[in-house]
Design a protein around this ligand. Sequence first.
Ligand code: NAP
Length: 295
Amino acid sequence: MTAELIKGAQVAKEIREELKQEIAELKEKHNVVPGLVTVLVGADPASQVYVGQKEKTSQELGIYSERYDLPENTTQEELMKLIDKLNKDPKINGILVQLPLPKHLNEEEVLYAIDPEKDVDGFHPVNVGKLMIGEPHYLPCTPAGIQQLLIRSGTQIEGAEVVVVGRSNIVGKPIANILLQKAPGANATVTVVHTRTKDMAFHTKRADILIVAAGVANYIKADMVKEGAVVIDVGVNEIGKTADGKRILAGDVEFESVKEKASKITPVPGGVGPMTITMLMMNTVRAAKLAAGIA
Ligand code: NAP
């Protein structure tokens, strides 16, 4: 069997079309324009690319966007003042501080200062806690994108054995919590494994849905996967450069062998990656609707 590809780029495009329509209607019927601000400190080239993509996508969808490019030597006090100003700005529904921040800044203090109502990244402890107790407010973007890929590819989630490889706060733990919810598109039986897990293959081979976010290139081989499993590869690992200097990427799953065993699989690139920004846009639209009292 060769697995069906779950094409994240295509799913992301579909969701963006839906959002574009929703944003146009919000403006027409309610005179509401969702607003997203991105804050970048320093000149890290990868962060500049990410912020640029977020700004471009916002504009394409009709989201009002603002961008702050702050110098590397910005102080904690200056950044906290900016967050405070943005928290109070009614044009802004979502605040995104691009991580990582330069070493001299206290990342936690900055993220925790964002108004939870404007925390469209879903990293504020209030929003993490709400997800944990089954009252999700804003879902973190990459895990929310994974759930959408599962739903929109027609994967049976309810009752499925889900195994998540990795327990980070941005992918592993939140996707486990999302799929554990007593809610449609969830209701799974979830196991989370990590570096201290005794027998990795024992768990991964039980998975109807295997979600891998370890950050180790080609870690999951075919003999660790159950026949017919749905495999979501979150990993993005640079394994070399082409002659013209472009990055060669590999996922955490050995794609060529695992695709012969799985029923569905996400490619890298073009799988989970394109969903993240799209879910940020979805959260921003939700934030604008909540701020305007639209259900
Ligand atoms: P992370 O913070 O480094 O966490 C990795 C997790 O995997 C840790 O919990 C670690 O276990 C576990 N792990 C590492 N090696 C392992 C091994 N050999 N066996 C079992 N578990 C292992 O990484 P992350 O931020 O979650 O990111 C994971 C991957 O996803 C990276 O490749 C990253 O680039 C990618 N990613 C992609 C997107 C996207 O596409 N939009 C977004 C976020 C991340 P311990 O806790 O025991 O150390």
